[in-house]
Write a protein that binds this ligand. Sequence first.
Ligand code: PNS
Length: 160
Amino acid sequence: MCSFDAVVPGSFDPATNGHVDIIERAARLFRRVIVAVAANGIKQPLFSPEIRVEMLRDACRHLENVSVASFDGLLVDYARSIGARTIVRGLRAVSDFEYELQMAHTNRCLTDEIETIFVPTRTDYSFLSSSIVKEIARLGGSVEGLVPEGVRRRLGDRHE
Ligand code: PNS
């Protein structure tokens, strides 16, 4: 267990089971994990930052060392303000790598106090994204098993 705190940032519009998997694994590695919801990360979010935070809190209830908050502005500024020394990001496939590496280099260029580490997503979730989940829900499909229960309810999934 690392004695530093870590931040798991994202848009989480909405959180998927892939996100929760990464948060659970970060929680095993770090003393304290702060899930940071970017309030202005995407242009037209389906859910407000407050609802995204609420859904994540519900999905992370079982994790004692995890808290959830939203942030504005630069991620490295937020991480510094809460004393986190590490950014944890999930990697689903090689296609994620370019964007993730660009973000890691950008954050590194902004400060060398904060390190980024990548955690590979479980293969079961390697295809999963918030956009895919929104599309399935929009077109009336079931998102059961893809998202936490609270998210499924918010998406209006009535399949049992
Ligand atoms: O879930 P996402 O949309 O891939 O998360 C991206 C996010 C929110 C982590 C990233 O856009 C971010 O850190 N936004 C905050 C603004 C910032 O710090 N930008 C510079 C680093 S790219």
